[in-house]
Design a protein around this ligand. Sequence first.
Ligand code: SIN
Length: 314
Amino acid sequence: MKVTVYPPITNASGPHSVTYEELERIARSAAGAIVTKSMTHCPRQGNPEPRLRSHLDNEIGSLNSMGLPNLGYQEYAKFIPKLKDFGKPVIASIASAPCAHKLPPVEQYREIALAIEKAGADALELNLSCPNLEDVPISMDPQSVRAVLHAVTRAVKIPIGVKLSPYNNVPKLFEEIARTLLDFEIAYVATINSEPLTLDIDLQTRTKVVRPNEGFGGLGGPAVLPIALAEVHRFYKFFQKHKARIAVWGVGGITKPEDAIKHFLAGASVVQIGTLFLWEGPHVFEKLWTGIQRWLTENGFSSIEEIIGQVREA
Ligand code: SIN
């Protein structure tokens, strides 16, 4: 099952996507879809402050350890019908997290998925890769990925995307996860979530830039572009080789139209914008889309489809 997004550019789940007002601003922008902040079974305050450094030195990116602050899935279920009035796909990002009721993660995903499908969401994006919780992300364990996909794909009929961690330096794990995905009806893989366990230091105060998890958090923005491109390309090639109809959505490091073009050439059919959207707000979708179209025209192409996966060997 396909999720049709046009223009093929959306927000990445996370920045400015927690409240109804924020989601409505995305709905009113040029973004091709509305992606919510990852919603959990219980509402969450998230990690202690400071938990976000939006601008690292030299604008190389952002570093966060937010810990999934969100309103809880029942609140988002109320927003979804209103958001659908804007006529673009509403993609609900869902995640599991520790909660007082101690519901196992697989059950959390299943229950949220059922409620959110009932609320009218057009697709689910299973966030298996939040790097800022106490537990190792589900995306790092093929058996856990399988268990979540097994439960959710049986529970709902709407298209399912999966948001994954970068696996760049663990090729065996990449292969195991990619093979696991082949066993399920998945619409798309969104890659990458932020580069986990990164650190930066404020030289003025000589402190780590975020407090939770001893200062280790997820890196996004320009610094991660080559990491994201590699992941997009590996998944694209893997799915081509196995004749799988799973799309790859590129996330990571896009701050100008040329960055998005690189994602498309690497194999992405949709791109998601995180750090730039955090920095500049909803006008970025129009700015990027205009630049992408200009690049296509100047280079003799009439559509994005003509360049997807068309990177040449050096
Ligand atoms: C967070 O809320 O910690 C960031 C979400 C994510 O990276 O999955």
